[in-house]
Design a protein around this ligand. Structure first.
Ligand code: PLP
Length: 431
């Protein structure tokens, strides 16, 4: 018999959401943005990087709160990500940091999304499409100073900049490069990258080219303080409360993500009982196994098998056996009085204990980015906090300055022009 939809909603939804959930702490985001803002200094705009669904945290909620906190613009990886934010009502400038493919160009232009520009071919295509649509394409030229993936090489950058300047339908909104260093900026490569970028900017300015927004610093660049910040910084992971452990300053940040679940089954097993695929773990003594209804599909790395821990009743309990797609098993023999329904924390705080994203990454032999990006699609993101934006508002660069709109251009400015951020308590006007 088909399930009555009202009953399905009443009985199934709470069960689904209680199996496993990710808490996204918007107050922590606001706190981190305040720190980023003070590191960046007055007059430097924040382009918050929210690609890959804000590194798994949920891009729409993160972006909305960040904009309420005064973030001036957003960076994404793909057209789809940009359009998702536009359709969720975000009107601030959005830059596709990566690249577009041909078929995506018309929609991206119609929605006033800015595009990272790497090649003359793409410039010509943008010029044709923007002319056909009667719009201005807004681009940021990406100079490849050392990443070796996207971007125009420094020696061709001036030619590309000049060709953009000659273009009627393509407007230069910015110039950027990306630092390749993982460990901070004190490497010879970073010094060279920063120098090559500075040379491109100086040459362009000497040639009378107005570069728009100029940006290179990601979280590492911003916190290591060794590269120039220009007028815009482009942090991602620091806003989410995580920094590579080699960079000082991470201890002041608050983690935004917690990953939680609940015990669905407790089983007493005798010594020698195997647990999980491949019987990689056998109980060394009589003990109790708690089964948690989340696995590698939900963001528990398989590499935590027999290696990671989970917080239960405020204590660390070892993951035993292989993590499977839907389940994780934990030895809770040392924890007395645990019941089915007890909350398990895989990332985050419980009582005085904490498991950080960096710790999980280290135990799994990967980087923190991969841990948060791997929180699965079926894990609901539950936002907590977010009552009070804390940053002074920033006035984003006008999306399409009237002087630059060609006579035939249809106004995309209304679409792009951000609504005034709500005045926050104690907010002061941006200088
Ligand atoms: C071009 C670009 N800029 C900025 C960032 C943000 O980097 P992070 O999260 O390390 O601050 C990224 C992320 O990978 C990126 O690809």
């Amino acid at each position: 018999m088909p399930v009555d939809p009202r009953l399905a909603e009443e009985y199934l939804a709470p069960v689904d959401t209680a199996r496993v959930w990710a808490e996204v702490d918007l107050d922590a985001l606001a706190h981190n943005l305040t720190i980023i803002r003070s590191r960046a200094g007055a007059g430097v705009g924040i382009m918050l990087v929210v690609k890959a669904d804000a590194y798994g945290h949920g891009a729409v909620a993160i972006a909305h709160h960040a904009v309420r906190c005064g973030v001036a613009s957003l960076g994404v990886g793909t057209s789809c990500e940009a359009l998702e934010l536009r359709s969720a009502g975000l009107r601030v400038p959005i830059l596709i940091l990566g690249t577009v493919v041909d078929e995506e160009v018309p929609r991206v232009l119609r929605h006033g999304v800015e595009i990272g520009l790497h090649s003359f071919d793409r410039l010509h295509q943008l010029e044709r499409e923007a002319r056909r649509l009667g719009l201005q394409a807004r681009v940021h030229i990406n100079v490849d100073t050392g990443m070796g993936r996207l971007g125009v090489l420094p020696e061709r950058a001036l030619d590309l900049l000049q060709e953009v300047r000659r273009s009627e339908h393509v407007h230069l909104a910015g110039v950027m490069t990306h630092i390749s260093s993982l460990a901070g900026n004190a490497s010879p490569e970073t010094t060279l990258q920063a120098k090559q970028f500075a040379d491109v900017i100086t040459t362009a300015q000497e040639a009378g080219i107005h570069c728009g927004r100029i940006h290179l610093a990601n979280s590492t660049g911003l916190f290591s303080g060794l590269c120039p910040l220009y007028d815009t910084v482009r942090p991602g992971i620091a806003a989410l409360g995580v920094l590579p452990e080699t960079i000082p300053g991470g201890e002041d940040l608050h983690p935004v993500l917690s990953l939680r679940s609940q015990v669905v089954f407790l089983k007493d097993i005798p010594a020698g009982t195997p647990v999980g695929y491949g019987s990689t773990w056998r109980a060394p003594r009589q003990t109790r196994i708690a089964t948690l209804p989340l696995g590698y599909n939900d963001g528990v790395p398989w590499n935590l098998s027999n290696r990671g821990t989970v917080l239960l009743a405020g204590q660390h309990a070892p993951i035993v056996g292989c993590v499977s797609m839907d389940y994780t098993t934990v030895d809770v023999g040392a924890i007395e009085g645990l019941c089915v329904g007890a909350v398990a924390t895989l990332i985050g705080k419980q009582g005085a204990a904490q498991i950080t994203v960096a710790e999980v990454a280290r135990a799994a032999g990967t980087i923190p980015y991969e841990i948060t990006c791997s929180v699965g699609k079926r894990v609901p993101r539950i936002c907590v906090g977010g009552e009070s934006p804390t940053l002074p508002s920033q006035v984003p660069t006008p999306a399409c300055p009237p002087a630059l709109v060609t006579p035939t251009a249809r106004a995309v400015t209304a679409m792009e022009r951000p609504s005034e951020p709500a005045p926050s308590k104690g907010a002061r006007a941006h200088p």
